[in-house]
Design a protein around this ligand. Structure first.
Ligand SMILES: C[S@@+](CC[C@H](N)C(=O)[O-])C[C@H]1O[C@@H](n2cnc3c(N)ncnc32)[C@H](O)[C@@H]1O
Length: 482
């Protein structure tokens, strides 16, 4: 035990029995790290800064050639925490003692580092949020001071856009901090029709409280709102147009202004219709698509029609190409297909995560994946999960994979390869076999499926497979030749 000033107060010694486990356990083979993941993750391209030189101690790997894929080494980047602290202090003093705006300081370019973030590059204010404020003799920044990049903008629309940017722009996903779809998003425009909005109005039947406009004998007239109040109203109404006027008034911080006329006028004035389009082909200007023009792509109704399968004599649905979705290599859609809710729907296993339990063990070729439960023909065994990478990164990583003698990448579509070298699940250990190998032919197969608008890879059983069996699939002609 140590005292608060680091002095040893007392010592305890514990005797341990050392067990030699060598005859019982094999040593684990040397392996690169791989982060476990349940879902694909967008990577795009590896950074231009090389983080470390692979196989730096191995003369048979051409490090010089390999480094030509990168622009610089990350350890060449200047990183000076002292400079960052001094610059924060400088900007704070310029602002508080000399009344200069942070934006003006930035524009003058007098500081060697940027205060505000730009796309992909965090600024000094954002960096300072990630660590504790340093206590040092020159500091005059109060502990509770908030630098501007840390504060939300005062305008409601901008504040909501800040929050909105945390959510995925894909209407099929909308997950917070989504790692798969990475296009920045704007707030979606209104999606209800004027008729529905006035209907909402008509639905308000009983007064919500004593001051409610419904209880008032006469309306109070139309109060005067500032532009920013009207702007806030518009934003709230676009997001939640089905709210009752009473709730809208509370959300707009106008609880006492429950004038029927006011709200009715505001509803009509700010409302814009946005019905999903019905044309064939992509939403673009050529088709004068209304949803394209206002930036609200109606993804599902535009692209797909759902299947109408029901469980037949076999007790399952969507198991053959008679199913419209199966025919077009996509999984059934929860919003469009009749069969989706059925547990017997055989064409929604990837999105439902209905895979089998696997165990990793020794195989003839390093490690392999083994089933720990019975699988029936066409059951999903696993989803092949990894990083979504572009071609240049596939090529640069390919050099390392060739040298390592093991590759974990899988062509997904014309844009992406899935690579589970550094991120994946147990499916990355599935080994190869071909039908020519009569003793151990492949017992599963990989299929690329369109799952709610995105390509994913499912590994499906080709036959019934007993627990304990190693699962093997045919990697295809090109794999070993390349
Ligand atoms: C997706 S990994 C499979 C897991 C790998 N066995 C491991 O230990 O990490 C693919 C790599 O496994 C090896 N492999 C898999 N099946 C093989 C086979 N039938 N013959 C030779 N090598 C094989 C090759 O090195 C290949 O690049």
């Amino acid at each position: 035990m140590y005292s608060p000033n680091g002095q040893v107060v007392s010592e305890v010694s514990v005797s341990l029995e050392v067990i030699n486990a060598e005859p019982v356990l094999d040593t684990h083979p040397t392996y690169e790290s791989c982060s476990p993941s349940l879902r694909n993750t967008f990577k795009g391209d590896d950074d231009d800064n090389m983080l470390f030189i692979p196989y730096a101690d191995d003369p048979s790997f051409n490090q010089v050639d390999h480094s030509s894929w990168y622009e610089s080494f990350s350890w060449q980047e200047d990183f000076d925490p002292d400079l960052q602290v001094i610059l924060l202090e400088t900007s704070y003093r310029l602002r508080t003692r000399h009344s200069l705006e942070y934006e003006d300081i930035e524009e003058c370019n007098v500081l060697p580092l940027k205060l505000f973030s730009s796309p992909g590059k965090p600024g000094l204010f954002a960096i300072s949020r990630r660590r504790d404020r340093l206590i040092w003799i020159g500091n005059s920044i109060p502990a509770d001071y908030v630098f501007p990049s840390m504060a939300l903008p005062s305008n409601l629309l901008q504040r909501l856009q800040c929050v909105n940017s945390l959510f995925c722009p894909s209407l099929n996903c909308v997950e917070p901090l989504c790692a798969v779809h990475v296009v920045p998003n704007d707030l979606a425009p209104p999606r209800t029709s004027p008729k529905q909005a006035t209907q909402t109005w008509a639905d308000v039947e009983t007064p919500c409280e004593r001051q409610c406009f419904l209880a008032a004998a006469t309306s109070q007239g139309v109060p005067c709102w500032s532009n920013s109040e009207i702007e806030s109203f518009q934003v709230i109404f676009e997001i939640a147009s089905s709210l009752s006027p009473c709730d809208l008034s509370v959300m707009c911080l106008k609880p006492s202004e429950r004038s029927r006329i006011l709200w009715y006028e505001l509803l009509l004035f700010y409302f814009g219709s946005n019905e999903p389009c019905r044309h064939n082909g992509p939403c673009d200007t050529a088709r004068a698509c209304p949803c394209f023009q206002n930036g609200a792509h109606c993804q599902r109704p535009r692209r797909l029609r759902g299947c109408r399968c029901s469980t037949g004599k076999s007790g399952v649905s969507c198991a053959t190409t008679k199913c419209y979705c199966v025919e077009y290599h996509r999984e059934c859609d929860p919003e469009l297909c009749l069969s989706y809710e059925l547990t017997a729907c055989r064409n929604s296993q990837i999105q439902k995560g209905a895979h089998k339990a696997l165990e990793i063990g020794r195989s003839c070729w390093g490690l392999g994946a083994f089933l720990t439960e019975l699988a029936k023909e066409n059951d999903l065994l696993a989803e092949y999960v990894g990083e979504l990478i572009y071609e240049p990164t596939f090529d640069s990583r390919g050099e390392v994979a060739t040298h390592r003698g093991r590759s974990y990448s899988f062509k997904l579509n014309s844009t992406f390869t899935l690579d589970s070298s550094y991120l994946g699940n147990s499916s990355r250990f599935i080994d190869h076999s071909s039908s020519a190998v009569q003793t151990r032919p492949p017992n599963c197969r990989a299929y690329v499926r369109l799952v709610n608008g995105e390509h994913r890879i499912g590994i499906f059983a080709l036959q019934d497979i007993e627990p304990g069996s190693e699962i093997l699939m045919d990697y295809g002609h090109d794999f070993f030749s390349k």
